[in-house]
Design a protein around this ligand. Structure first.
Ligand code: PMP
Length: 364
């Protein structure tokens, strides 16, 4: 009988993170403000030939390199950052090699690592969910090949300091250290300028969040030219579609869209955080476009009740350390008015049924 590789056969069945599109999707950390009007105009201007020809990724890599202040040899464009993660892990992780990360973090890391037959080593973050730098350093072993760190992190929204991240890169010169900057624009701290001094460091970005292009799929992986060359050797030549490549110049040029969107998100996350503080709920101060909050034991009732009010939020309680937590994406100002009221009403209802734990106003 035909059998897949054991590491694939033992994977859990795939479930799309999209639960439903009925209602307001505050569960997937997408841009709720759409994308730049200039990008949309470019998309609408595309011709039949633009669509019928194979895409030229290199042109996009030059544009992106110029924007990031690195050389084109240091940039690999990918089909969303997910593909960058897959290429990176495949390049450095063989069966039995160790993939090290702090948990909770982005769920794709263990999934990709397991698919490769790697040994997934999770270091649990403490109660404050901050990056446990010392514990991570202590768990580096001769078998460690990749360390993955989302900064800021998903689902916590927390950012570690550049100094801590560099400490990890410096402690592990023979290990690929990935800093996943999917939410960079909402935080502002980057390690891109440190690539030159750390040949084992990789920084990844995406156009799915602040640029509002999740549907078009565009990710960026940067590292030293030497290491990126290994990944380029086996990346599929037409992995990035021609539509997003045609829009890239406009997307990068329209920084005022990104700035306005980021400013709006920062306002919205403050509103969420103020509401959670007022309601006495524990939340983690966010550097991203979402906020993690602990609603307590009745988390499922909370999520269902929000859905009945037309708002989807993400139950994060299966992530280690996030028991009773939901992750809520920041919407536009108009959406936030409704979302804040829905949260108040839902909590009043669930608290009324006295199922929720009540946390005094602690903010760590
Ligand atoms: N990294 C992190 C931390 C994320 O949260 C996400 C998306 N939710 C990604 C990577 C992947 O982004 P994409 O594939 O859409 O570029």
């Amino acid at each position: 009988m035909l059998k897949p590789r054991p590491s694939i056969a033992s994977l859990s069945p795939y479930h799309s993170p999209i639960v439903s599109r009925a209602g307001l999707s505050l569960d997937l950390n997408e841009s709720m403000a759409g994308c730049s009007a200039r990008v949309l105009a470019r998309l609408r201007s595309l011709s039949a030939t633009d669509v019928s020809l194979y895409p030229e990724r290199e042109v996009g890599e030059r544009l992106t390199a110029n924007f990031l202040g690195v050389t084109p040899e240091q940039v690999l464009l990918t089909n969303g950052m997910d593909e960058a993660l897959s290429l990176l892990f495949t390049t450095y992780l063989g069966a039995g090699d160790e993939l090290l990360f702090a948990d909770p973090t982005f769920v794709m890391y263990p999934m990709l690592g397991e698919a490769l037959g790697a040994k997934v080593v999770r270091v649990h973050s403490g109660e404050n969910l901050a990056l446990p730098t010392a514990d991570l350093l202590a768990r580096i072993s001769p078998g460690t090949r990749v360390i993955a760190i989302a900064n800021p992190n998903n689902p916590t929204g927390l950012a570690a300091s550049r100094a801590d991240l560099l400490k990890i890169a410096e402690a592990a010169p023979d290990i690929a250290v990935l800093v996943d900057e999917a939410y960079f624009e909402f935080c502002g701290e980057t390690l891109i300028m440190d690539l030159a001094r750390h040949p084992n460091l990789f920084v990844a970005r995406t156009f799915s969040k602040a640029y509002g292009l999740a549907g078009l799929r565009l990710g960026v992986l940067t590292g030293t030219a030497e290491q990126i060359d290994y990944l380029r050797r086996f990346s599929l030549p037409f992995n990035v579609n021609s539509l997003v490549l045609a829009c890239l110049e406009e997307a990068l040029a329209d920084q005022s869209f990104v700035r306005d969107h980021v400013a709006q998100v920062k306002q919205g996350r403050e509103q969420l955080e103020q509401l959670f503080a007022e309601l006495g709920l524990r939340f983690w101060p966010s550097q991203t476009n979402f906020v993690l909050v602990r609603v307590g034991a009745a988390v499922k009732t909370f999520v269902d009740s929000m859905r009945r009010r037309g708002i989807l939020v993400r139950d994060s309680s299966s992530n280690p350390g996030c028991e009773g937590c939901v992750r809520i994406t920041v919407g536009t100002p108009e959406q936030m008015d409704g979302a804040l009221q829905a949260i108040r009403d839902t909590l009043a209802e669930t608290r009324g049924s006295s199922l929720l734990e009540f946390h005094p106003n602690v903010n760590h």
